[in-house]
Ligand binder design. Structure first.
Ligand SMILES: Cc1cc2nc3c(=O)[nH]c(=O)nc-3n(C[C@H](O)[C@H](O)[C@H](O)COP(=O)(O)OP(=O)(O)OC[C@H]3O[C@@H](n4cnc5c(N)ncnc54)[C@H](O)[C@@H]3O)c2cc1C
Length: 407
């Protein structure tokens, strides 16, 4: 049985960045993952400009860009009736003057890079270990149990962090995992090889209760993700390629962009996507990244949230260690949960508002027609969705009036 101060379950962006930040502060950390890296992850492979800014703040941006990440300057959006507009990420003041951009990079590369960075800083890492349960003592979590290549294992730690993604075992064992009551969506994701017509922009096509996002990656790869209601996928087990091809027909501009490419590999499916955790800190344990909840990939901010919550957890854990608290006190747990909730509250509302629009074709068409006429409003909205600007930049009446009067 091993004893360390901090155990992090899951070496995705949230877990690896937390382990790296703790290692930088000299806090011994054990990172566990059931997978063997580099491992794939179903994703749009898009890093929003807000995520790019966070990577920069963490001194990881050059590292990620040098791995071949491609810059994207905005999005082309197509509504159900074909209304099309292209929005650019708005140049915002207060940065180093460079125009804001998003990046695209396959998750197999990104996640391996972040794990390598954490290990280089001294984080201890064990792979191929599936955590199955938590170890409790006097109402507190003091370790995890799991199955590794050599059989059952137990690791004890003063602090346990669940960074184990959408299916979080840590959240479930803490009794915090709740399926989303109304949003039941599935994602179908495929890669296309060859030169697409997409230049330095992604493409979002909104359909009838579904949407399709294309992201160009590197020179010759395109990530295509289609999100549909769960009912559509039922009955297509074993025929995902056919389902994907059929669903793609509803997005003619996406089909057109992919002309001259061919699908490589099989279509992968994931869902239901949305779930929540009733709280992100309990019994001496923290939840970060997707383990703390996931809504919908439309806004492409999951990796950004993972990095943000990793940084918040690193701060919480480092403060506890500096004060000699050992574990996390109730006050620290409550503060962590409060900060994490506050950080996502505005964006959650934005996500719900966007879902309400994209699930109603007439509303989506009307909004697209407005945004096509108002370039500055379209750019502003993209800046908010890309996490460059806070949601209230759009919702505050003076800003809204200001933008609506500019064309
Ligand atoms: C279809 C789709 C498209 C998306 N597109 C985008 C996008 O373009 N941009 C974006 O920013 N976000 C996107 N997201 C969201 C993004 O993928 C997640 O928000 C992000 O991966 C969260 O990172 P994480 O570290 O919290 O979890 P993950 O990346 O899921 O990592 C969790 C890790 O925990 C490990 N693990 C899980 N269970 C156990 C266990 N029991 N024991 C040990 N290890 C375990 C897993 O192997 C994994 O390595 C998308 C999501 C979906 C579903």
């Amino acid at each position: 049985m091993t004893q360390v101060p901090v155990i992090v379950v899951g070496a995705g962006p949230a877990g690896s960045v937390l382990a790296g930040l703790l290692a930088q502060r000299g806090i011994e950390t054990l990172l566990l993952d059931k997978a063997t890296f580099p491992r794939d992850k179903i994703c749009g492979d898009y890093l929003s400009p807000g995520t790019v800014r966070l990577l920069d703040q963490l001194d990881l941006l050059d590292f990620v860009r040098s791995a071949g990440a491609r810059r994207l300057w905005g999005m082309t959006v197509i509504s159900p009736d074909g209304t099309t507009f292209t929005a650019e990420f708005p140049a915002i003041t207060g940065t180093n003057g460079a125009p804001p951009f998003a990046l695209s990079i396959p998750r197999a590369i990104l996640d391996n890079l972040l794990l390598t960075w954490a290990r280089g800083l001294g984080a201890e890492y064990i792979e191929g270990l599936r955590v199955t349960d938590l170890v409790w003592e006097n109402g507190h979590i003091c370790g995890v149990t799991g199955i590794g290549p050599a059989g059952p294992e137990t690791y004890r730690g003063q602090i346990v962090v669940g960074a184990d993604g959408r299916e979080s075992v840590v959240a479930r064992r803490l009794g915090l995992y709740q399926p989303h009551p109304t949003l039941h969506r599935m994602a179908l994701v495929a890669y296309y090889e060859g030169i697409s017509t997409l230049q330095d922009h992604g493409m979002i096509s909104v359909g009838d209760r579904s949407y399709c996002i294309l992201n160009p990656i590197g020179e010759r790869l395109t990530n295509a993700a289609i999100v549909v209601d769960q009912g559509i996928v039922q009955g297509w087990k074993g025929q995902l390629n056919e389902l994907f091809d059929g669903t793609l027909q509803a997005f003619p501009q996406a089909l057109n962009a992919l002309r001259g490419t061919r699908r490589c590999g099989s279509v992968r499916c994931l869902g239901p996507l949305a779930f929540r955790s009733s709280c992100s800190a309990r019994a001496g344990a923290l939840l970060i990244g997707d383990a703390a909840g996931f809504y919908d990939p439309f806004t492409g901010e999951g990796v950004g949230h993972a990095l943000y919550s990793a940084r918040l957890a690193a701060h919480t854990i480092a403060s506890a260690c500096a004060d000699g608290d050992g574990g996390l006190t109730e006050t620290r747990l409550a503060q962590f949960d409060h900060h994490q909730r506050n950080a996502v509250r505005g964006r959650k509302r934005l996500g719900v508002a966007l879902q309400a629009i994209i699930r109603r074709p007439r509303a989506a068409n009307a909004v697209a027609r407005l945004l096509r006429r108002r370039q500055s409003l379209a750019n502003l909205l993209l800046g908010i969705i890309g996490d460059l600007l806070p949601p209230h930049a759009l919702l505050s009446p003076p800003a809204l009036l200001n933008v609506l009067h500019r064309t």
